[in-house]
Write a protein that binds this ligand. Structure first.
Ligand code: AHR
Length: 351
């Protein structure tokens, strides 16, 4: 299979190709390591250097609206961006929106007021961005959309989108499931733990999975619940599934991220069942914690989703400031890891 691939690739090609490939070799160091920049919650007073000189005389200023800190993936993503900014000599102003789109709007408007050079946004949900992005455009500030996507009519409102192919992640999860269950006869009851309602990964991971099992009547998603990409949410949702009469319990759990899967593992064990055996578990992200759970036999497979987007974001920021043209979409190549390979891979996980 395509296990162990590590290089980055650009979907559409373009001037960032070399930088993108190099980004795959970039050692991020330990996620969560201390940095002089920090993610703060709004409302926040942010000290920034006076913007009175040209960027040839001072460092580029990047305003970054992070959507929250709901998962291990998100922590690794934030750390990657902080560390890469420091490495690149870019002044980073960050604001953590704590899952609130309104707070993201506030942060973006504060970046406009501060006259930052570039704005990067990890959008909590897909819709509702047109108005604020028009304001950014009018202010003449280029936008990089990162991780999740935005649903807008006017594609000129952002320069590039750097992030995973979430649809493909759902496809990979479904294909693994069909292979894993190939010797099982009769209907297979699936429970799904969705991420944040209206967010790109939740929408696309659900679609990719459903499209792949379409017409295969053996596979039935009987239970589906949003658990907001959090461990607590995953645990509660799984508890609710297991409160149902036993004949409605799922044989398989498809979780849109590792944190929810780990919460579900806790609930399954509390119910006296064996996660990974009594209920097969497939997750998305590929965090170290999920690999440890795979090694313990509690999760059966994880689809990788790479959060280490910092180096590429900084490269894109520099190239935008240099007036270069960027591809509209940049997607990292990602793998799926079955539990049989988890022990071998654990040492290589960087998040
Ligand atoms: O947008 C990426 C998703 O958001 C990750 O899969 C999840 O863990 C995070 O919270």
């Amino acid at each position: 299979m395509m296990i162990m691939m590590r290089k980055w690739m650009i979907l559409l090609g373009g001037l960032l190709l070399t930088a993108f490939l190099l980004a795959g070799c970039f050692d991020e160091g330990t996620p969560g390591a201390k940095s002089s920049s920090s993610v703060e919650s709004l409302p926040v007073k942010i000290e920034t250097p006076p913007v009175t000189t040209s960027t040839t005389e001072r460092s580029i200023i990047l305003g970054f609206s992070q959507l929250g800190s709901e998962s291990a993936w998100r922590e690794a993503n934030t750390a990657s961006i902080r560390e890469a900014a420091e490495e690149a000599g870019i002044t980073l102003i960050t604001a953590n929106a704590e899952q609130s789109q309104t707070k993201q709007f506030e942060a973006i408007r504060s970046f406009i007021d501060k006259k930052v050079d570039v704005i990067a946004i990890a959008p909590v949900v897909e819709s509702g961005w047109e108005e604020v992005l028009q304001e950014v455009k009018q202010a003449g500030i280029p936008v990089v959309v990162m991780d999740r996507s935005v649903k807008i009519q006017d594609p000129s409102l952002f320069v590039t989108l750097i992030g995973s192919d979430f649809y493909e992640e759902g496809v990979k999860a479904a294909k693994y499931m069909m292979d894993k269950m190939r010797h099982t006869s009769g209907a297979i009851q699936i429970a799904e733990l969705q991420g944040t309602v209206g967010s790109t990964p939740s929408i696309d991971r659900g679609r990719g999975f459903r499209d792949t099992i379409a017409g295969k009547n053996q596979f039935q998603i009987g239970l589906s619940q949003s658990a907001d990409f959090t461990q607590t949410g995953g645990r509660k949702a799984m508890q609710a599934f297991l409160d149902l009469p036993p004949d409605q319990w799922p044989q398989l759990l498809y979780s849109h991220n590792d944190d929810m899967a780990i919460g579900a593992v806790e609930a399954i064990e509390e119910a006296g069942l064996k996660p990974g055996q009594d209920i097969i578990i497939i997750s998305v992200d590929g965090t170290r914690r999920a690999f440890e759970q795979m090694i313990a036999g509690k999760i059966n497979a994880v689809v990788e989703c790479n959060p280490l987007l910092g180096p590429l974001l900084m490269q894109a920021t520099k190239e935008i400031m240099a007036g270069k043209t960027l591809p509209k979409r940049m997607v990292p190549s990602e793998d799926i890891f079955p539990q049989e390979l988890a022990a071998m891979e654990l040492a290589h996980r960087r998040y």
